[in-house]
Design a protein around this ligand. Structure first.
Ligand SMILES: *Cc1c(COP(=O)(O)O)cnc(C)c1O
Ligand code: SF4
Length: 344
């Protein structure tokens, strides 16, 4: 099976009727479409309501842009001092060496930037971005994102990781990727070798939104990463109709921990254009997160975060468990919902 890059490819793969493709044609003109052969195979016979299907197959709903939605929902552009770098927090930067992905998620927060035509940094531009990191001794952690950095050739990836490792003040390189669940066969020995460098700790954050993404092949790719000694983090977007219920979140976070991934962030969906059908309210998200406390262990709890529109960074968005009682003390709520006074 070949990769799908258009609605007609999805029709040919039997995932869309010609009528459904016609109804979504405006979407494909505006936002990139791609599915890997691996995912096409997994999707065979799944209905549109399937949590995997809805993440990747375009729907006409994407043509509606809500008034509050923006082209650059988290203010990447406002915080970019040089091409390929976003510097929002003092001690860490984003490095975006490419804007292509193996798959294009329908709710992507960078959907106006990513795509097959989304330019990669030229070798000179990449060196200028790395020079920016070298010139800023306050940068301790470099978050390599995109696009999907695991799409880079092992040679290019290794160049980035090794160059960063040679910068004395850089302690951590963190790569964000969807490849282990989108194209697990890409996690090869060559790729694993490219992630290692002598003077830096490499972490990998894997984007997974539903337990059904943790297939046998994906679990194999994750095991190869873990066995290469790479600590793994999970990054999940809270998505209406896909994972916005307690059972789905529980299964996902248990699945991640079972595969040696620590759930790191549960993102409230950003205000990306044409994604309002995926967005629960913050109140719904908070209620779900609160309910998780009693259902799964601390290992399985990510931090629920809201990326503040305009480039102001992330704010933890979980509801409070310990509140002032108005009399100089506090009231603490336990996992059953019972409250207890605290003095001290
Ligand atoms: C999310 C983000 C980071 C990483 O933040 P952490 O909270 O450390 O994961 C860094 N820079 C930018 C611009 C970001 O959006
Ligand atoms: S893999 Fe990440 S950057 Fe690429 S389309 Fe999906 S959410 Fe966007």
């Amino acid at each position: 099976m070949k990769a799908a890059h258009s609605l007609s490819d999805l029709v040919a793969a039997g995932l869309m009727t010609p009528e459904a493709a016609e109804a979504a044609s405006g979407v494909a003109d505006r936002y990139a479409v791609a599915l890997t052969p691996y995912l096409l195979e997994k999707l065979e016979g799944t209905p549109p309501g399937d949590p995997l299907y809805a993440q990747y197959v375009p729907s006409p709903e994407e043509t509606y842009t809500a008034p509050e939605e923006r082209a650059d929902p988290i203010g990447d552009v406002a915080r970019s001092p040089v091409k390929g770098i976003v510097h929002r927090y003092p001690d860490r930067v984003l490095l975006k060496p490419l804007h292509a992905c193996a798959v294009y998620c329908r709710f992507c927060f960078r959907r106006e930037m990513v795509g097959p035509g989304g330019e990669a940094l030229s070798p000179d531009e990449l060196d200028a971005a790395l020079a920016y990191v070298r010139a800023h001794p306050e940068v301790w952690e470099v978050v390599v994102t995109g696009g999907d950095p695991f799409l880079l050739s092992p040679r290019r990836l290794s160049y980035i990781v090794r160059t960063l490792s040679d910068i004395p003040h850089v302690g951590v390189v963190r790569l964000h990727t969807r490849i282990p669940v989108a194209d697990p066969a890409r996690v090869t020995t060559e790729l694993l070798d490219a992630l290692k460098a002598p003077d830096v700790a490499t972490w990998v954050a894997v984007h997974v939104n539903h337990a059904s993404e943790l297939t046998e092949e994906a679990r194999g790719a994750l095991a190869r990463l873990a066995e290469a000694g790479i600590p793994l983090l999970g990054q999940t977007v809270l998505l209406k109709g896909i994972n916005d219920d307690a059972a789905s979140l529980e299964a996902l976070f248990r699945g991640l921990v079972r595969n040696r991934i620590k759930p790191y962030y549960l993102h409230h969906p950003d205000l990306a254009a044409g994604t309002s059908h995926f967005r629960p309210t913050l109140a719904e998200g908070q209620a779900l997160v609160k309910g998780l406390r009693g259902r799964v262990s601390g290992l399985c709890q990510p931090t629920y975060v809201l990326d503040i529109p305009g480039g102001h960074g992330k704010a933890p968005a979980a509801p409070g468990w310990v509140q002032p009682d108005g009399e100089g003390g506090y009231v603490a709520e336990d996992f059953t919902g019972a409250t207890h006074r605290y003095r001290g």
